[in-house]
Each structure stands twice: as C-alpha cells, then as structure tokens.
Design a protein around this ligand. Structure first.
Ligand code: NAP
Length: 490
C-alpha cells in the first residue's frame, strides 16, 4: 500500500473553501482538512452581518452552479439567507467533519525535499500536507481609517464587518464614515432607529436603482418544480452582467448611458439641488464599484440624517471634527471604511522554496498565475488570489473556475506521483504583463482611487475581462506552464 502523503489543507469556509471541499468530496477524495478560524462556516457572509447586509448580485447567479436554491426569498438575498445557504452546503455535502473550527492557519513552510507543506495552526498542532489551498477571501481584513484621534473617541466605535448587535442604537447620535457598498446598506437600515445620524462622505458613489423584489412562495414552488426556470433566470442574469463588462473593459464610454440613468435617478429622488450636487459623483462611472440602492437617497433626506461633505479633520473624544472646524458630538461611530484588499499581504506567513517569504515575493504588489499559483511556492493554491476580483458579476463564478483548475492540478500531482509542481516564472511574468497591459485600458485606470489598487497604484485585485474568458483559461490545468518534479528525483 502506498504511504504517500496526499493530504490537502484548505483554509477558510466561505464560498471558496467550502466549494473546494465539496469538489474534492464529489471526486471521491476525502483526505483533507479545512481550517476555519471562527466557530462557524460562511466567510464574509458570516462576518458581515451589519443591519441591511444583502448581496448586490442576484442570488440565482450568486450561488454554486451545482446547488441552485429555489428558496431565495428576494432577487438579492439578505445576508442571513446566504449564510444559511452556505451552512446547508456544508451539511449536505458532508464537509463539517473535515473542518477544524476555531483554528487559524498561522504559517506554512514548504519542504522541497519531501514536497510537503507544514501548516502551523493556532490549535491542535501542525498538519503535514501535499497541497495547501488558501481561500481566506479578498475582503476579510477590515480597513480602519488613518484619522487622527480615532482611538481617543470615548463613545462606541465599530467597523461594518464587526457589527456589535448588543449595542442599542435606539435614540443615539451616530456617525457613519464612508459611503461605499456597506454604508449604503447600513444607513437606510438604521436611520429610522437612531436619534440623529451624520454620514461623513469623502467621495459620492454612483448609485443605480436595485431591481430587487420578493420571490413569492408560489414562484419558489415553480422554481422547485421546474428547475430549468431557475437555470434560465441565472443565464439571463449572467448575460446581462457580462454585457456590463463591455463598458468596464472594452470602452468606458459605453457606460455613459448608465451614468445618465444614475443622474436621472438622483434627480428624481433628491429634489434639493444643493444636496443633489453633494451626491453627484465626478469620476467615470465604474472606476469604483457601482452601487445599487432603492432607499439610500430617501434615508439621506430624513430629518434626522445629515450628509457631511466638509472632510474629516480628526476624531475627538466627543465626536468628529470636520475641516470647517465644526465638531459633531456622537454616541457611536460606525466605520464603513472597507477592507485591505489590494495590499500585498499573504493570508498567513508562507515560506516557499528556499524559505522565501510570500510577502517578500509580493513586495512590489501581489501577483500570481491565473490568480491561483505563485512561482516559488509549489503545491500552493490561492482562491480569490490576485486579479481574480470582479467589478461587474458574481465572484462565485470565478471561484468555481478556480476550483476546477486547482482540482486538475491536484489530480496531476497524484496521478503523476509528483513531489511538487511549481508555476514557471516566465509563464507567470508573461501572464501578468499581459494582464496589467489590459488593465491599463479599463475604466478602473480612469483616475479615481479605489480599493482595487495597491498603494503604488497597481491594480492587484481585478480580472480585466469577461468572466467566460477566465473560465476558458482555467478550464483545464496545463502542466506545460509548470515545473514538475517527480517523487523519486533528488
Ligand atoms: P469601500 O467600498 O472600500 O468603501 C469605503 C468607504 O469609506 C468609501 O466611501 C471611502 O471613501 C470611505 N473612507 C475610507 N477611508 C476613509 C477616510 N479615512 N475618511 C473618510 N472616508 C473614508 O468599502 P465597503 O463599502 O465595505 O465595500 C467594500 C467592498 O465589499 C465592495 O466594493 C464590495 O465588493 C463588497 N461589498 C459587497 C456588498 C454586496 O452587496 N455584495 C456589500 C458590501 C460590500 P472614498 O471613496 O473616498 O475612498
């Protein structure tokens, strides 16, 4: 009997980690461990439970292709339904027995002699594995703003991704910093509850109406009886999102129509000219994420809500001081200030061939081959790695593409009795040169600042094309792009 170690470690239990684990199970491979630092599955959908949290991609599309859910109650499902869906997937496919909860991966070191990774964990000792799949998510590390005095604020402070539901907001004076995708869901949800709200806006976002509606029990029943209906709805949504990609990556001028739509919507929803001017974006639509909302403008016009655009000078022990010298006393401060997405930081300390640190390899910006493998770090795979993010469609589609590719690589490792496979440096460099060249002609390079870019301005997060292009590129694992070292060789 072979004593070869083929164990696989997966880190994270969001769509990426669970999807990968399910794929392995479906292929009859059970020799894997999933590490999860929290005490439940769900990743970003477990952590982002702020009031109003919901998806801004339609749920028929924002779900696994192999596990359609006819039970979505809204076109854009709320966070609790998406979390329940992921919990259902973990149960249905028997993933839970593989998961070590409350256990973080704290480090990984590759031994070239054995072709094995030693994964250090925060609990229960290290694990030896042939391959490591990191699925820790692109938006999992909250970004706290670098505002003078923030730590001196005497009231309650929390980040949107670390919501404290035990803190009662009723009647309180609340400040919200940020007007991104999280804030525009939070503000309308809590505005009716709080006494007074001040929304501190630095850059107005582009907002389009959200075609969101209830899916009635009758409709759900039809979807259950005729699954083809749901597949058609998914296909339609997929095609519409890919159409958007034309504007993002082919010619931003195509977005002019959508910009007009957004400005018309703003005009209709905000009659006050001065307020409307404050809410009008002055950068190319799509450069930052386009937001969808039917209730943000209404909330901003409530008598107990103020949109503050003067710019924050500092946070004091009492509240927020703006650049015009006005201090607004607050009971609580919500930081809807986003995540560290583009910073080139490995999810945990990762040492590849020759002990090289992944953070060192990424000193000038994170990069990978097909967003999945990094030269010098054999048998390591990243789900939602560099330049796999999207500005226009469902990340679950990208994740499933990566899962198929990684599965192909794992099969090659096993079937060819490889000690290691390592993406060739020249393949990785060629790929990234082309990718960055394409990105230069997209809307994301049209001059705004966004979380898509690293500090040096390099876009390390987004895929610069249609999602079907990525699907085609990752459909088959091509060993010619890799250095393959067989088991027996010294
Ligand atoms: P975000 O889009 O990065 O927005 C952060 C907001 O905070 C921006 O308005 C930003 O202003 C502001 N900000 C940051 N630092 C600041 C400072 N020092 N002073 C003043 N304002 C500051 O973060 P997010 O809203 O959490 O969304 C992040 C991503 O998560 C989204 O793009 C999306 O991909 C995902 N998301 C998805 C959903 C969904 O429905 N599926 C919901 C929430 C989030 P500037 O624009 O001026 O930088």
């Amino acid at each position: 009997m072979s004593t070869r170690n083929n164990h696989v470690v997966i880190v994270g239990t969001g769509f990426g980690g669970l999807g990968m684990a399910i794929r392995l199970k479906q292929a009859g491979f059970h020799d894997f461990t999933v590490l999860e630092q929290a005490n439940g599955v769900g990743g970003t959908w477990r952590d982002n439970h702020y009031p109003g949290a919901a998806c801004d991609i339609e749920s028929h599309l924002y779900s696994f292709s192999f596990e359609p859910n006819p039970g979505w109650t809204r076109t854009f499902a709320p966070q609790r339904e998406i979390l329940a869906y992921l919990e259902h997937c973990a149960d249905k496919y028997g993933i839970r027995p593989h998961i070590r909860f409350d256990t973080a991966a704290t480090g990984g070191a590759f031994d070239e002699r054995t072709g094995l990774w030693t994964v250090e964990t925060s609990r229960g000792g290290p694990i030896l594995a042939r391959a490591v799949i990191s699925a820790t998510g692109g938006l999992s590390r909250p970004s706290y703003p670098d505002i003078p005095g923030l730590s001196t604020f005497a009231g309650k402070t929390f980040h949107s991704a670390r919501w404290d539901h035990d803190y009662p907001l009723e009647g309180k004076t609340v400040g919200v910093i940020g007007t991104g995708a999280s804030a525009i869901q939070i503000v309308p949800s809590i505005a009716p509850r709080v006494g007074q709200m001040h929304v501190f806006q630095r850059t107005p976002p582009w907002i389009l109406p959200k075609a969101d509606h209830d899916i009635s029990p009758e409709e759900q029943e039809w979807l259950r009886r005729l699954p083809v209906l749901q597949r058609l709805a998914r296909l339609r949504q997929y095609a519409l999102h890919e159409l958007m990609a034309f504007g993002f990556v082919v010619d931003p001028r195509i977005l002019a129509f959508a910009s007009q739509l957004a400005l018309k919507y703003l005009k209709k929803s905000v009659p006050d000219r001065a307020l409307r001017e404050k809410l009008t974006p002055h950068y190319t639509m799509g450069c930052k994420r386009i937001l969808l909302s039917n209730d943000y403008h209404r909330a901003i016009q409530r008598p107990n809500v103020e949109l503050v655009t003067e710019g924050i000078a500092a946070v004091t022990d009492r509240g927020v001081l703006t650049k015009d010298g006005k201090e607004r006393p607050l009971d609580a401060l919500v930081l809807a200030t986003g995540f560290h997405a583009a910073d080139a930081v490995a999810p945990f300390t990762v040492r590849g061939r020759g002990g090289r640190d992944l953070n060192d390899a990424w000193r000038d910006g994170a990069e990978a081959y097909l967003g999945t493998t990094v030269s010098g770090f054999p048998n390591l795979f990243l789900i939602v790695g560099p330049n796999t993010g999207l500005g226009h469609s469902s990340m679950v589609f990208m994740i499933e593409s990566q899962i198929a590719y990684i599965h192909g690589a794992l099969r090659a490792l096993d079937a060819r009795h490889l000690r290691l496979l390592d993406v060739r440096r020249d393949a990785q460099e060629r790929y990234n040169q082309r990718l960055q060249g394409r990105l230069a002609n997209t809307v994301w390079s049209s001059g705004c600042s966004s979380w898509y870019q690293a500090k040096n301005g390099r876009n390390t997060t987004l895929w610069p094309g249609f999602t079907f292009e990525f699907r085609m590129r990752t459909r088959r694992f091509d060993p010619r792009d890799y250095e393959l070292v067989p088991e027996a060789s010294a």
